[in-house]
Design a protein around this ligand. Structure first.
Ligand SMILES: [Fe+2]
Length: 597
């Protein structure tokens, strides 16, 4: 049985194809149309997945989407009527830029798009799955038979935080908050207040928080408070997003207490660092409080975290440190990037009752590109390259990294979700403290305070980090052991933590082999890993990778088995060559010969 999960008209449009409970493809449209967090119909993803597998719509038994549109309409109407007449501003698209008004007609829009791009007359009916049900359904792909599934995001169709108890192929919702009572939305709006993009830059604020002091923590505890039932309440004395959405999220009280909004090009001051610190600290307290209360109610010790808030790897590490949770699992697509897959999993297991048989151990459900396509892209860019057998390639690249070179590493199928985890990565030597600033300034062109993630062989992780469980998807930020902070200086954030990725041989043999080889040369089985992009979606195709490599300060580019350090002829050289070619043509014509092509 094959289920197609699909979404558009909201951020992170994309799809998942699920066959007998196992993902075949999980694709985000932004990788193809190059628009970050795009809400457009995922036509490129549809084309890629269906043509790679040689499928038509007749091969799909059910279509699911991760929004319960009936429920969403009711929620939207109640918000609209909630604080009249101000709440009429929700009719303006700019009040909720992450989601278009037309999402209330999502099913019809998806049907039209699928008909157009698959040439189909008849489609299986679209099944609407609740938004948080879709997030929670990642439990079915987790390593746990029984666990708590906690969903926290900006908002879903009827809630912003929900807790489920998962057993086998059944999830039961146990608790939820209202749509507007949202710790996730508070994080997003304070991110905007600090001059960054809401619905996207929350990770920057999480990193910035480590530079702050506790100046505002006490005052911020009045902004979100724990409630006696184990939940939390956002104090709406500070906010007006329930009436104006993004148009006017804050009341005067917030601005009087925490200061004015920072414009994106204004310098970051101690006040901004301290506000980020308070936001992060209180969010951690709330998340930890919710988990503790749930553990008291239910006799489970394993936790599956999903929703955008689950990308907060610092808060996730606090859950492990400060509660009785034994293991935490966050999928690589915890945000809405995984919602289409979740909706398909929910339908397959929860609704249709199929038993589980799949555990997600890697994130590589994107598209792969053939050797011919890579060769063609290199030739088109005019780059000299060599094909190198795997063992030799690993030795060569590990030595390059040990010599301080920065490597663009492009292999196999691209990752799902917002993190590059070894197939579309920029890699560097973590032992060189100066590497972080160099990568931020010269290669990534981004803020200097942003940390880089250490990728470490699973077997050696606890030697370097205070962690005793795997973290294959970069979802925890454990402390770097005191005696190792100087050893992997470029991978240690200012608060002494590292956004770790543990790498298992079976999940990605080539990536594992590279880190192993680097460990053999240097004694440090850790690489600095950051996503293969700069201010754009992570690269998907060889052409994207080559253009990013040429525009940045990377030293080496590896595309599958192909290796290059060529940057092509420089602009000046190209000009000289063009002049030479033109005069050669002229000379030939003068002599009556045929001009060279
Ligand atoms: Fe969500």
């Amino acid at each position: 049985m094959r289920v197609l999960g699909i979404v558009a008209k909201t951020h992170d449009s994309g799809l998942a194809l699920l066959k007998d409970g196992v993902p075949e493809f999980v694709l985000e449209e932004e990788r193809y149309n190059r628009l970050k967090k795009t809400n457009k119909f995922p036509k490129n993803s549809v084309r890629a997945a269906f043509s790679e597998l040689g499928l038509g719509i007749a091969d799909v038994d059910a279509i699911t989407t991760p929004w319960d549109i009936g429920r969403l309409r009711r929620t939207f109407l109640s918000i609209l009527g909630g604080r009249l007449p101000m709440s009429l501003s929700f009719l303006l698209p700019s009040s909720h830029s992450a989601q278009q008004n037309q999402i209330v007609l999502l099913n019809r829009y998806l049907e039209r798009g699928l008909r157009e791009h698959l040439g189909a007359r008849t489609l299986p009916p679209i099944v609407n799955v609740g938004h948080h049900d879709s997030h929670a359904a990642m439990f079915f792909a987790s390593p746990f038979d029984e666990a708590l599934a906690l969903v926290m995001d900006g908002y879903g169709d009827d809630s912003s935080s929900s807790a489920y108890l998962g057993r086998g192929n059944i999830l039961q919702r146990q608790w939820s908050t209202g749509v507007m009572n949202s710790a996730g939305l508070v994080y997003t709006f304070v991110t905007e207040h600090l001059g960054f993009a809401g619905f996207g830059d929350e990770g920057k604020v999480m990193a910035l928080a480590a530079f702050g002091e506790d100046t505002y923590v006490k005052r911020f505890r009045d902004v979100i408070k724990p409630t006696p039932d184990g939940g939390y309440a956002v104090n709406m004395d500070y906010f007006s997003y329930d009436a104006f959405g993004e148009l006017r999220p804050f009341k005067r009280k917030f601005l009087d207490t925490f200061g004015p909004v920072r414009l994106p090009d204004e310098p970051l001051t101690d006040r901004h660092h301290d506000l980020a610190f308070a936001l992060q600290a209180v969010t951690e307290e709330i998340v930890v409080g919710v988990v503790r209360a749930l553990l008291k109610k239910f006799p489970v010790r394993d936790l599956c975290m999903t929703g955008g808030v689950a990308l907060n790897c610092v808060a996730n590490a606090k859950i492990l440190e400060q509660t009785d949770v034994r293991r935490i699992w966050v999928p690589p697509c915890a945000s809405d990037t995984g919602a289409p897959l979740g909706s398909a999993l929910w339908h397959y297991h929860q609704t249709l009752g199929h038993p589980r048989g799949f555990e997600m151990t890697h994130p590589f459900y994107g598209q792969a590109y053939s050797d011919d396509r890579i060769r063609e892209a290199l030739a088109k860019a005019g780059l000299q390259y060599r094909r190198i057998p795997e063992a030799q390639m690993l030795r060569r690249v590990a030595q390059d990294l040990a010599d301080g070179k920065i490597v663009g590493w492009f292999q196999g199928r691209f990752e799902m979700g917002p993190r590059a985890l070894g197939n579309r990565s920029i890699l560097a030597d973590p032992r060189r403290a100066e590497m972080r600033d160099h990568l931020n300034a010269q290669v990534k062109k981004r803020e200097g305070f942003r940390p880089f993630a250490p990728a470490v062989l699973l077997e050696r992780a606890s030697e370097f980090f205070e962690i005793d469980q795997p973290d294959p998807f970069m979802t925890l930020a454990p402390r770097v052991r005191q005696d190792k902070q100087g050893v992997i200086a470029a991978a240690v954030h200012v608060d002494g933590t590292g956004r770790i990725q543990t790498v298992e041989r079976s999940a990605n043999p080539r990536y594992y082999g590279l880190i192993e080889e680097f460990g053999r040369i240097t004694g440090v089985p850790v690489l600095l890993n950051t996503s293969f992009n700069r201010k754009e979606p992570i690269v998907a195709s060889p052409e994207h990778a080559i253009s990013c490599y040429l525009a940045s300060g990377m030293d080496v580019l590896v595309l599958g088995d192909f290796y290059t350090t060529d940057k092509g002829p420089s602009c000046a050289m190209r000009d000289v060559e063009q002049v030479r070619a033109a005069s050669a043509r002229e000379a030939a014509l003068t002599e009556g010969a045929t001009a060279p092509p």
